[in-house]
Design a protein around this ligand. Structure first.
Ligand SMILES: [Zn+2]
Length: 814
């Protein structure tokens, strides 16, 4: 076939067929990267424990660990002493000679890896304070607390079931217990130990638990978590997960049942993982009847009112009470205890067979104020309503939010949340809009964690994104269903500043090595999943696949590949490029629309095409040189000497002769019937051929979300899947054909900013003027010691009272 459609661009001749296909063959060995190559080699080989579909395999197994703990809180010494007996069921196919336990309290010991490797970022100042550095009072407080308090576990009497002492070797934040005889597959090892530790002051050390002291009434709130030696996970993909606790990578644990007896001062209120077993001996009759009323109440009911809590915190008690809790199928146990607690509750009637009623409960000191009374328990209920839709019914009897010194932390059935109100001089309690948003946001987030990773038990020590990323994605959904005017941080544009930044590691980075924890492990995966749901898969496919993931791995231990495989397998969409770009690389999205050509088809008929060419020639701008000559009155030689004119002065180069007409007819005759039909139809329709030239500046391949605005005012959205970049990941051209009278006015890419494109200004063709604001500012006075007016300052009187007016010394002397 010899037909070559040549089209005329406004000023450029561009052979259409070549220009469109050029990108497809414009590959070199040097800079071509196949962004769609399958993830295969990056993922572990599927096996009988985890199959290729991302499901637990036919021989999936996990260990089971049951705990019986009796603990006593020594309020005065802020010390916990306890005895625990552990039953360890080996469901693995391996024989175990020893068991590893996590000793998280040892992270505070001066010889822990975390302490020994803690670093500071100190920069000597420039300017007037040249050579000086800064240290925060918080850093000094931490230093002083750790100097004054002996931290870490004291462990004694490690014994097996028959009372034989077991050898226990402490290795930093881990402890190895050597068994008397190897533990065979299917067998259970039972052992026990005594342990004790001094509780950290949370505000001093900054941990996930600890006590908070209230100067005004002398009482404490105790938050106890990572408080007992817990079995490290033994897994099919890594065996013992005995990576030291460095602080960032959280906990990978085994499921089991807990019987826990907590002995605390008699006037304390206790909130804990699990169901309270002995309400009749620790709660009053009134409290029990209020709890019952709360089950069906529309709004939270106070079990302990503010007045009762204030009364309670006035005097301590030398007596104790023992609270008994039972928790089934949990991977951890945490609790809180204080005489300061107000306690409210509301039943969440979720229906179903497993757990038709869940008690949502909040525990907070008077400092929680209306903020907590109004929103904490309601936020718990809202979280369960939304999360269950995306995963499974909430399976536990209680879901709790406890106020304390920890900003936000999650454990099974219980969460710690930090926001407070401020007591004002007029006796009222007020709070900022930020505190309100923080409370609702943190409760949703932490209660959400009870699903991920407390039930969908991902390995937090390795992969923070699997709990924080998935959970931030879901809390963004629950949050925006609560009130979308609160910024939830999961919209695509929220991640743009981070995606632009230089200090980045891929999402697939072990938890303790992440450079920007919040952005990398929370926001980026959350935004990525949001984009996957809203832009790439659509809600129906995404939600089906995500729910499949949650249900497959409920009470089990998924790894990243199980998530990637399930999402792909259940949605039926190849997402390897997406995981590779968003999770395995630090590329960002920056798609630019560089150029748009409007092309018209040549008719090949010289009587038409030559005329068009002549018109183009005539429309060319006249040379400035010629115009200026004219203005100066210079006459042209050809005008002055018209007697020597010839043929070419009357006929231009676009003059058509029969030679061209014959060649045109020969061309038409040489076409096969279908070719001639196609050609003649195209000439007759005379459509507009727009060639859109895109470049991928960020490296991350994404769909192109095109919006075409026509001169007739109509707007058309076009979705071009990411696969357009498969053979040419850096530059592509796309042909858009419109009817003769349907002309493009302008084009935008991702006009609603859904893909986290880091430079939206190159998303418009033609480019637009960027609107912003500019602020006038006043130059600052010089600071530094030498710039003080000491002559005047020396007269300053020493201030004794804030309210007293300052008087110069000289005046007093008079
Ligand atoms: Zn979290």
């Amino acid at each position: 076939m010899s037909t070559k459609l040549s089209l005329i661009a406004a000023a450029i001749m561009l052979p259409l067929t070549m220009s469109v296909n050029a990108s497809a063959i414009n590959q070199t060995k040097g800079d071509f990267e196949d962004k769609f190559r399958q993830l295969g080699q990056a993922l572990p080989t599927p096996n009988v424990y985890r199959n290729a579909a991302g499901e637990p395999g036919a021989q999936y197994w996990q260990q089971k660990v049951d705990y019986k703990i009796k603990a006593t809180l020594d309020e005065e010494n802020r010390r916990l002493t306890a005895h625990q007996s552990i039953s360890y069921k080996n469901n693995s196919p391996d024989t175990l000679k020893y068991l590893w336990l996590q000793l998280d309290q040892n992270i505070f010991k001066s010889d822990s890896i975390a302490e020994l490797t803690s670093t500071v970022k100190t920069k000597l100042q420039s300017g007037p304070d040249k050579g000086k550095a800064k240290i925060s009072l918080n850093t000094l407080r931490r230093q002083q607390f750790l100097d004054d308090t002996e931290m870490g576990y004291q462990i004694a009497k490690v014994k097996d079931n028959s009372g034989n002492a077991l050898k226990a070797t402490v290795v930093g934040t881990l402890m190895r217990i050597d068994l008397k005889k190897p533990l065979k597959p299917g067998k259970t090892a039972k052992f026990s130990m005594d342990f004790a530790f001094n509780i950290a002051e949370e505000d001093a050390v900054g941990a996930r638990a600890g006590y908070e002291h209230f100067e005004k009434d002398g009482n404490d709130i105790f938050l106890l978590a990572q408080w007992f030696p817990r079995l490290a996970a033994y897994t099919d993909y890594e065996a013992w997960t005995n990576k030291a606790f460095l602080g960032s990578g959280e906990f990978t644990l085994e499921f089991g049942n807990y019987d826990v007896e907590l002995t605390v001062p008699a006037d304390h209120i206790v909130s804990a993982t699990g169901e309270l077993e002995n309400a009749s001996s620790v709660l009053t009759k009134t409290q029990r009847s209020r709890l019952e009323k709360a089950e069906t109440s529309k709004r939270p009911v106070f079990i302990v009112t503010e007045e009762e809590a204030l009364e309670n915190e006035k005097e301590g008690s030398s007596k104790t009470k023992t609270w008994k809790f039972n928790a089934e199928k949990v991977r951890d146990f945490a609790w809180a205890s204080s005489r300061k607690f107000i306690w409210d509750a509301k039943g969440y009637q979720q229906g179903g067979d497993d757990q038709p009623l869940v008690m949502a409960m909040s525990f907070f000191p008077v400092d929680g104020g209306d903020l907590w009374k109004k929103y904490s328990t309601e936020s718990i209920v809202h979280t369960m309503e939304v999360y269950s839709r995306f995963s499974f019914d909430y399976p536990y009897p209680v879901a709790q939010s406890v106020n304390g010194p920890v900003g936000g932390m999650e454990y099974p059935m219980i969460t710690f949340n930090g926001p407070r109100t401020e007591l004002q001089d007029d006796g009222t309690r007020t709070y900022t809009q930020a505190e309100k948003r923080f409370l609702i946001g943190v409760v949703i987030h932490e209660v959400g964690h009870i699903y991920f990773p407390m039930i969908v038990n991902s390995d937090e020590r390795q992969w923070t994104w699997m709990d924080e990323g998935l959970n931030s994605f879901l809390d963004g959904i629950a949050g925006r269903e609560w009130d979308p005017t609160i910024p939830w941080g999961v919209e695509a544009q929220d991640i743009v500043p981070y995606m632009k930044s230089e200090r980045q590691v891929p999402i697939m980075t072990q938890s303790d090595s992440i450079l920007n924890f919040g952005r990398n492990a929370y926001a980026k995966p959350a935004v990525a999943l949001n984009i996957l749901r809203e832009v790439i898969l659509g809600r129906e496919l995404f939600d089906f696949a995500f729910k499949e993931y949650a249900q497959r791995w409920k009470y089990k231990r998924p790894t990243p590949s199980d998530f990637f495989r399930t999402m792909e397998e259940a949605s039926g969409v190849d997402l390897d490029w997406f995981w590779r770009g968003w999770f395995y690389s630090t590329d960002h999205v920056d798609i630019s629309i560089d150029r748009v050509y409007k092309l018209r088809l040549d008719t090949k008929n010289p009587d038409i095409d030559y005329g068009r060419l002549r018109e183009t020639e005539l429309n060319k701008p006249v040379s400035q040189f010629v115009e200026r000559n004219k203005a100066e009155g210079r006459e042209l030689w050809v005008d002055k000497n018209q007697d020597v004119s010839d043929f070419y002065d009357d006929n231009d180069r676009f003059t058509v002769t029969n030679k061209e007409r014959n060649s045109y007819n020969k061309f038409l005759k040489g076409l096969k019937p279908w070719e001639r039909k196609t050609f003649e139809r195209a000439v007759k329709e005379d459509k507009n051929y727009y060639v859109l030239e895109f470049s991928n500046l960020g490296g991350l391949v994404m769909p192109i979300l095109l919006q075409l605005t026509y001169t007739d005012g109509t707007v058309e959205d076009k979705y071009i899947p990411a696969e357009i970049w498969r053979r040419s990941p850096k530059k592509v051209q796309k042909l858009i054909v419109t009817d003769k009278n349907k002309e493009l006015k302008d084009i935008s890419v991702d006009a609603s900013w859904l893909t986290a494109d880091i430079d939206v200004e190159n998303n418009y063709y033609p480019r637009r003027i960027i609107p912003s604001r500019i602020e006038a500012y006043k130059s600052k006075k010089r600071d530094g010691k030498v710039n003080r007016d000491i002559m005047q300052d020396i007269k300053t009187e020493l201030k004794k009272d804030e309210d007293k007016k300052e008087k110069p010394l000289t005046e007093d002397k008079k």
